[in-house]
Design a protein around this ligand. Structure first.
Ligand code: PMP
Length: 400
């Protein structure tokens, strides 16, 4: 069969290949990007579903507006306003089928074949793939412990004149890194100076452990004149409530949002009204603060346990920054004292020891760093984390 040429721009993900191995019995997996299903507030969602069917079945089971179900748009706008985002009305917000769809709509509306886009190195693999599917040349900007290096970013923007710059400023996937406040301001200034769209992907911002992270770019955009016109923000209920509901949203300048609505219309008409009505009922019932508190406490404990176990079991063979939120711990093999420095080799040996993680290389659009890898601390409990990291230590010391 003759498939569309655009498919030649993407390969099946190396990560997907690895996931095939995870079915092996007894494997402790730190590989997934999932929240822990034990965290789902089943009772709250059941009550919300019941309320949606009792109070608004006519809306919840019917076709709806492409822009989103109005009661949910209201709840999401309120959620954002509670986090310091001012001036976003419910009608400014497009409900999407997961934030993944928002990224796809951005690709569809903004990228023509041959256009350049800048992402962080490393970044969310599905974004790289999605933008490449639209024919983008994906350029990688370096990051450090405080997120993207803004000086390098400015150089790359000036050189490549990208269609957009895609960032995960808070608890990045896979890096776990959070962009400093000072750099956030600078990014917004760059958006205005170079008239370049900045996309803020923010599915993890609520998952902080102790102190709240700096305000989102969207919240800060009201301080940097003109930046709101060059900023798109993607939100999601996936990591805190449920990815199965597939509720995300996009806030973008009006002319971009209108085009995204048009594309969505031809794609899925609208996000499931039933899921939207359920999510709206859940938020209206006021369950979110308790859910967030629980999820933050559990993930914080697991993140700390994983950090401590890594130090204990792998010592100077690895370096990492203790995560302050999110789901991921990003590790670098230091190669100290001649120890293994290739995460692909470690991943193979780890599977043999019954533990899985994702090597870092596929997360780089350019210049992959093979000494890196991603561990998710979200889905295993503390005992499994300690067991799994001990196995990782054995894998590191195992002979090739
Ligand atoms: N962006 C990032 C950075 C992610 O890690 C994910 C989920 N892994 C998504 C977007 C997509 O999430 P969803 O479509 O479930 O909202």
């Amino acid at each position: 069969m003759q498939f569309a040429e655009r498919l030649n721009n993407v390969e099946t993900s190396a990560i997907r290949e690895l996931f095939k191995l995870l079915g092996k019995p007894g494997i402790i997996s730190f590989a997934g990007g999932f929240p822990d299903s034990a965290m789902f507030d089943v009772a709250g969602i059941r009550a919300a579903t019941e309320a949606a069917l009792t109070e608004e079945a006519g809306g919840a089971l019917q076709y709806g507006a492409t822009e989103g179900y109005q009661p949910l748009r209201e709840q999401l706008a309120a959620l954002m306003s509670a986090k310091g985002v001012t001036g976003v009305a419910p009608t400014d917000l497009l409900v999407t089928t997961g934030s993944q769809q928002a990224l796809d709509l951005l690709g569809k509306t903004m990228i023509s074949p041959g256009d350049k886009v800048i992402v962080e190195g490393p970044t969310f693999l599905a974004t790289i793939q999605c933008f490449r599917l639209y024919g983008a040349e994906v350029i990688s900007a370096p990051i450090d412990d405080h997120g993207v290096d803004v000086e390098q970013l400015e150089k790359l923007i000036a050189e490549h004149k990208p269609k957009l710059v895609y960032l995960i400023p808070t608890f990045g996937n896979p890096s776990g890194a959070t962009l400093s406040l000072e750099r956030r301001r600078k990014v917004l200034e760059l958006a205005v100076k170079y008239q370049t769209l900045v996309v803020e992907d923010d599915p993890y911002g609520d998952l902080y452990f102790d102190a709240a992270p700096p305000p989102s770019l969207l919240a800060l955009s009201f301080e940097v004149p003109g930046s709101r016109e060059w900023l798109a923000h993607c939100g999601s209920l996936s990591k805190v409530l449920s990815p199965g509901l597939r509720i995300g949203w996009l806030v973008a300048p009006a002319e971009l949002r209108d085009r995204a609505v048009m594309c969505k219309q031809f794609s899925d008409a609208h996000t499931s009204t039933f899921a939207q009505a359920t999510a709206a009922q859940y938020l209206r019932a006021g369950h979110m603060p308790a859910t967030l508190a629980k999820v933050r406490a559990v993930y914080a404990e697991r993140a700390r346990a994983m950090g401590a176990a890594l130090q204990r079991e792998l010592g100077d063979a690895v370096s990492f920054v203790a995560p302050q939120g999110g789901l991921f711990l990003w590790v670098k093999l230091t190669g100290a004292r001649g120890q293994l420095q290739d995460a692909n080799v470690l991943a193979q040996r780890a599977i043999a020891q019954g533990v899985a993680f994702v090597p870092g290389a596929p997360f780089f659009a350019q210049n992959p760093d093979v000494s890196t890898f991603r561990l998710s601390f979200a889905t295993a409990d503390v005992a499994k984390i300690e067991d799994g990291i001990a196995r990782l230590g054995q894998a590191l010391r195992a002979q090739a």
